[in-house]
Design a protein around this ligand. Structure first.
Ligand SMILES: Nc1ncnc2c1ncn2[C@@H]1O[C@H](COP(=O)(O)OP(=O)(O)OP(=O)(O)O)[C@@H](O)[C@H]1O
Ligand SMILES: [Mg+2]
Length: 665
């Protein structure tokens, strides 16, 4: 229905215009006369005079000079004058345009009705009616027709039927069927299987209507096909009929009923054919046509192109129940590319972006948007003190208590798990360490300079228990050993740039999860301080999934992000790791937006289960190109092609060839 179907209404030839003009002059003329009459001061006489003109004896009466005067006053003489004036004022176009009713404008000039088609102006139209339906259909089964490649007019009519009437009819019908079944059995004939099926169907229907779980309807469906010439009309009709046939639906041309058929497919709600089929509520619900996979909002950012119908995927993730996203794909499929694109586009619309970047992939982008790039390393660069208090209070708790909780998590990751005894020792040691710096549970003391990791180390060493000594030994590595120089220094950075990237690439592999944990904690504390629209992007999130403690920390952020206007983006190439982890699964179910891109065969089986993918979607994920994938937003799935502009591509590509070329330039 998108093509210019209405063009045939518009073809006025000069002859038609001429006719219209004449007609219009006449009507205009009489209107004018009416107006003049109204102006007349002797309004009362007007009626009488009009009657007199129609009088057969008019000629005689007109001789009377008094009557002549009346004629003059009532405007008879003005007619000629007015006609001339009118013709000189109005042009052809005005004549056509003025005083036409809507019907005049939209109705075709002529209509030629044939056996199996109609001709309207330059267009041919043919109406089909649906005479046979399949026994089983799924939801949205009409979509091949609704999204047909040519314009069609489809109308469906739903007539509710009174349950009582239908129950009576069913009772009669069931009686008949049972009787013929029994007679077949009595005659020792083979029982007709289709009769048995029909009987059980009818009985089921009877039950559900009687229970009130189903209602009964008559359903009618007509389709009008438009084409510019007869050959095309034939071709489109064949295509439509075979598309229907592929769904086990029988469509036939409404022979000798083309005009009523045409009218029935106009948007006026008139069914002139009334070719119906009985349906219950469940079946009728499947004919609902507006289930096409559109993801175009009037605001939000452009993610790419919808591969089903080439529309744009424009979406605002903050419109969903939560703004969290998970992005899964194998290495090199375009995950980071997608996320970077989303980040720059969101930044332009005023969203703050915080990125945890374990691979140093986001640096070029960060520089280009004037962001702040915080890179942790053991020698130079930025440092982060795990004991740092931010001065942020949340939900009535004092900050130290919250900090202690986070530190427990951190040390569990650092020590690779703690026994109960160790944990309670650590708790005591932590409180002591803070107290030595004058920091207690009294919020007033919490602005003092926080302790360092070595202070805790000393406290543990000074404790009597052997477990405490053990812990202090295990911690040595981070203070004087190979991992020293990251966590044992004062923090020297702030998040105050709308685009902040934290990088841990220069850290040892085993320190990355620890650093990411600390960073997330730091960011999370900052985020709660002032609520703004923010995206927190965690690339290579499988680092965080390696230990239960960091995984559950990620989950707790995902769960609470919505309240702080935060969207958490979790990116991982290690799908199995994520899906085998309860916390991973919980993060997925707390993410309303899910993006799946090209997958490896080993991961796809598991994904199919978790995301409820159809076989088609599964194969698509195995075979799609770089930058393509499935976009799940709430209940919508669409195939998407991520699309960037040249300028954006330059900024976000991580392709070594592109980078080399850029360096050479
Ligand atoms: N939509 C796209 N259009 C054009 N090029 C793309 C697109 N998506 C990805 N690429 C190219 O593929 C390269 C790899 O993509 P990307 O860095 O996003 O992979 P990845 O999935 O993050 O991989 P890894 O898991 O290894 O980090 C990009 O540098 C870019 O050049
Ligand atoms: Mg990546």
């Amino acid at each position: 229905m998108t093509e210019n179907n209405n063009n045939y209404n518009r073809t006025f030839d000069s002859k038609t215009i001429q006719q219209l003009k004449e007609k219009e002059v006449q009507t205009k003329f009489s209107t004018f006369k009416e107006e003049v009459k109204t102006e007349d001061t002797e309004a009362a006489k007007k009626v009488e005079d009009t009657e007199r003109y129609n009088d057969p004896a008019e000629e005689k009466k007109k001789v009377n000079p008094l009557l002549k005067l009346v004629d003059k006053l009532s405007g008879k003489e003005k007619e000629e004058e007015a006609k001339q004036r009118y013709e000189s004022t109005y042009t052809d176009v005005d004549v056509v345009a003025k005083d036409l009713t809507i019907q005049d404008i939209i109705a075709p000039i002529d209509l030629e009705v044939d056996f199996n088609d109609l001709q309207i102006g330059d267009y041919y139209a043919r109406t089909l009616f649906i005479s046979g339906y399949p026994r089983f259909v799924g939801p949205n089964w009409l979509s091949p027709i609704v999204n047909f490649e040519h314009s069609l007019r489809i109308s469906t009519f739903y007539y509710p039927v009174d349950s009582k009437t239908i129950l009576e009819k069913l009772k009669k019908k069931i009686g008949e069927m049972e009787a013929s079944l029994y007679s077949q059995m009595e005659d020792r004939k083979v029982v007709d299987p289709s009769l048995k099926v029909a009987l059980s169907d009818a009985q089921q229907l009877q039950d559900s209507i009687a229970e009130g779980t189903e209602k009964f309807f008559h359903f009618a469906m007509y389709v009008t096909i438009y084409a510019r010439n007869k050959e095309l009309l034939e071709k489109y009709s064949r295509n439509v009929i075979s598309t229907f046939a592929a769904m086990n639906v029988t469509a036939r041309p409404a022979t000798l009923q083309q005009e009523p058929g045409f009218i029935s497919t106009q948007p006026i709600g008139v069914d002139k054919l009334y070719i119906t089929r009985n349906m219950d509520t469940t079946s009728i619900a499947t004919t609902f046509p507006f289930v096409s996979s559109e993801l175009t909002m009037d605001h939000g950012i452009m993610y790419g192109i919808n591969l089903h119908n080439k529309s744009l995927v424009i979406f605002d993730r903050f419109e969903l129940e939560n703004a969290n996203t998970v992005v899964f794909a194998k290495s090199g499929a375009g995950k980071s590319y997608f996320v970077k694109l989303e980040a720059v586009r969101s930044l332009m619309l005023g969203t703050e972006i915080i990125i945890i970047d374990p691979e140093r992939e986001y640096e070029a982008l960060c520089t280009a948007v004037n962001g702040s790039y915080i890179s942790f390393s053991q020698d130079k660069g930025n440092k982060m003190n795990p004991f740092e208090l931010s001065g942020v209070k949340d939900e009535g708790d004092d900050e130290l208590r919250m900090k202690l909780l986070a530190l427990h998590g951190f040390f569990k990751v650092l020590f690779g798990g703690l026994s109960n005894v160790e944990e309670s020792l650590l708790d005591r040691a932590l409180i002591l360490t803070y107290r030595e710096k004058g920091i207690t549970f009294d919020p007033a003391t919490q602005t003092k300079k926080p302790p360092l990791l070595e202070d805790l180390y000393k406290v543990l060493k000074g404790m009597a228990e052997t477990e405490a000594h053990d812990l202090s030994k295990r911690m040595e590595k981070y203070i004087i050993g190979s991992a020293a120089g990251v966590f044992n220094e004062e923090s020297n950075f702030e998040i105050n740039n709308p685009f902040t990237v934290f990088s841990v690439r220069d850290l040892q592999e085993e320190l990355k999860p620890l650093a990411m944990y600390l960073m997330l904690d730091f960011i999370w504390t900052r985020i709660r301080k002032d609520i703004k629209r923010r995206l927190l992007i965690v690339d290579e999130a499988w680092y965080m999934m390696q230990s239960l403690d960091s995984a559950s920390f990620m989950y707790s952020i995902a769960k609470r992000a919505r309240k702080y206007y935060l969207g958490l983006t979790t990116i991982t190439q290690d799908v199995a790791d994520f899906l085998n982890n309860d916390m991973g699964k919980a993060i997925i179910s707390n993410s309303s937006l899910q993006v799946l891109m090209k997958q490896s065969p080993s991961a796809v089986e598991k994904l199919q289960q978790v995301f409820n993918l159809s076989d088609g979607e599964r194969n698509y994920l195995l075979n799609c190109d770089r930058g393509q994938g499935l976009f799940f937003a709430g209940s919508n799935h669409v195939g998407i092609q991520i699309l960037s502009s040249q300028a954006e591509h330059e900024l976000i590509t991580s392709d070594p060839r592109d980078l080399e070329r850029k360096c050479r330039e």
